[in-house]
Design a protein around this ligand. Structure first.
Ligand SMILES: [Cu+2]
Length: 242
């Protein structure tokens, strides 16, 4: 079979490859840490948020909207930030050029929990036709407090120091909250609705892994990752003590 291809197509292909096929150094030892986050006991009922103070928010959620502080389904807990806390030593990791996106959709932060590296751009979007005021509350980086009145607008922010976690709130809508875990490295994940998480490209080593939940606090586990190996660590949270 003979394939005909123009020179310009070859040049374009080469340029595309040169731009996109950058392999991070840590891929050489691509281990994985994965597991499941469980919740034991009775899950508290999720209440419907009262958004009537802003008719635009109400209109964006015609069937109501449940609070997201405790998202438990079949005994599994979502929105848990899981990350390597100790064991990486003094290895340095490049800051990703791609931004982490935090959107405001239907007057809710989406997603509620994200991770970013120190210095990585966090692109905050407003997909709503109403005013949001994004107010970050870090202890180790500078705060920002910025109004976003325009639908489909974006702002770019970064945090300059590691911190687990940084709360972000909206000064217009008191129910809005998001949490950002800022780390010196890329080894973090957030549990899905089925409680699962997976942290990729982990170098071989023994690590302390921490799981953080906004209401239930932190749990800690230990895990050893072999070269190209996968390791499992599960976490179980109990109802918060009153
Ligand atoms: Cu808001």
């Amino acid at each position: 079979m003979r394939v005909s291809i123009t020179l310009s197509a070859v040049v374009a292909l080469a340029a595309a490859l040169a731009m996109d096929v950058t392999v991070p150094a840590q891929v050489q030892a691509a281990g994985t840490i994965s597991g499941t986050v469980s919740f034991t006991g009775d899950a508290p009922a999720r209440r419907t948020l009262k958004m009537a103070a802003d008719p635009a928010c109400d209109a964006a959620n015609p069937s109501g909207r449940l609070g997201e502080v405790m998202v438990v389904k079949d005994g599994k807990l979502a929105n848990v930030f899981v990350y390597i806390k100790e064991g990486l030593g003094d290895q340095a990791f490049e800051t990703p050029k791609a931004p982490v996106v935090l959107d405001q959709v239907g007057c809710m932060y989406t997603p509620r929990v994200i991770g970013a590296q120190v210095g990585q751009t966090i692109e905050i979007r407003n997909s709503d036709a109403t005013l949001h005021n994004v107010h970050s509350l870090p202890k180790n980086s500078k705060q920002f407090n910025q109004a976003m009145p325009i639908k489909d607008s974006k702002i770019k922010k970064k945090f300059t120091a590691a911190e687990v976690m940084i709360r972000i709130k909206c000064d217009v809508h008191p129910w809005m909250a998001a949490y950002v875990g800022v780390l010196e490295h890329p080894f973090f994940a957030v549990s899905s609705e089925d409680g699962s998480f997976s942290i990729a490209n982990v170098p071989a080593g023994t690590y302390t892994v921490e799981a953080w939940h906004e209401r239930l606090g932190v749990k800690s586990g230990s895990v050893t990752v072999a070269d190209d190996g996968s390791a499992t660590v599960d976490f179980s949270f109990a109802p918060a003590a009153n």
